[in-house]
Design a protein around this ligand. Structure first.
Ligand SMILES: [Zn+2]
Length: 315
């Protein structure tokens, strides 16, 4: 692997082949490994400044971000964290706000961040299919370049992922080729702010089966859904589901990602830190130390590049 001249982008003089992922420098072929942190969260400074006020009207936001100790990051801070980690790209989501005003403010910032980051950041827009104007906001976000929607918290927002609202979102995602990132609530284990209110592994299995053309990511190792890939009919039904590693160190033991790769295959596991909750640098180094090189290449970059259609530009 090339030693990066700058922390945010491998600097290689010579030709780069974007598909094969190798570069030729002075007659030597050097493998380039693009890294993607596929689960991060951003907020506009205006929402960080209004934290207490928003916490007063949005119960789940209050639970997760009500105290000043709960970190809220801006684009500049995300890019600095990526640089420090030697990560080229991120997929940024916001928060599953309830009301449309907060969602619109959030999406405007995420899509502006995507534009300003010039290819380094893919954006997932916030939606609330329980609110009357959600579809207009969702289409507007797609028109402005959102790669999909998330991190989805259906039960916090009060809609049923298996009901009419979930079907409307699934249909829109299918027609637009949009990715859905779900917060998956583990049905067991310790509690933490924001644990409840996502989708359950059972619901995710059903939604993914019904909308098999829609690519979906089950956050936080999919809440255990991958275990059931050992059932042939489940394995065949949810080939469209990927599993990210967000917050893994707060939830699972040291072997969990390697086991997930065994269950789901290296092409379906995606590195995500849950920044700013956790450090992308530490989370990435941990995975690189645990996974064989060819597996790490897919998990820590290649899979997310394909899924979110991240295009790389090299100097
Ligand atoms: Zn989550």
């Amino acid at each position: 692997m090339a030693r990066a001249g700058s922390p945010n982008r491998p600097r290689i003089h010579g030709a780069y082949h974007p598909v094969a992922g190798w570069a030729v420098a002075a007659g030597v072929t050097i493998a380039v490994m693009n890294r993607v942190d596929a689960h991060t969260h951003l907020f506009p400074p205006s929402q960080r400044d209004a934290r207490a006020e928003i916490a007063g009207r949005d119960h789940t936001f209050g639970e997760m971000y009500g105290t000043p100790e709960a970190k809220m990051a801006t684009l500049a801070e995300l890019l600095a964290a990526l640089d420090a980690a030697g990560i080229q790209h991120a997929v940024a989501a916001g928060f599953a706000f309830t009301n449309e005003r907060d969602i619109e403010e959030q999406n405007s910032y995420l899509l502006e961040a995507r534009r300003c980051a010039r290819g380094r950041v893919a954006a997932l827009a916030t939606v609330n299919p329980a609110s009357p104007g959600w579809e207009r906001l969702a289409r507007k976000a797609l028109d402005l370049g959102a790669a999909g929607f998330g991190e989805l918290r259906p039960h916090n927002q009060g809609w049923d992922p298996l009901g009419p609202a979930g079907r409307a979102l699934g249909g829109l995602a299918r027609d637009a080729g949009a990715v859905l990132l779900w917060h998956v609530s583990e049905p067991v284990g310790h509690g933490y702010p924001g644990k409840e209110g996502g989708i359950s592994p059972v619901e995710l299995c059903r939604v993914a089966t019904e909308f098999s053309q829609v690519k979906m990511v089950g956050a936080h190792l999919g809440g255990g859904l991958a275990y059931y890939l050992q059932m042939p009919e489940v394995k065949a039904a949810i080939e469209n589901v990927y599993f990210d590693t967000a917050a893994v160190t707060l939830l699972y033991d040291d072997q969990s990602v390697a086991r997930l790769v065994d269950l789901a295959g290296p092409g379906r596991v995606i590195f995500g830190s849950d920044y700013p909750l956790l450090s992308p640098r530490r989370q990435l180094q941990r995975l690189l130390g645990q996974l064989p090189g060819d597996v790490a290449k897919q998990v820590c970059g290649g899979n997310a590049e394909r899924l979110f259609r991240i295009t790389t530009t090299h100097d």
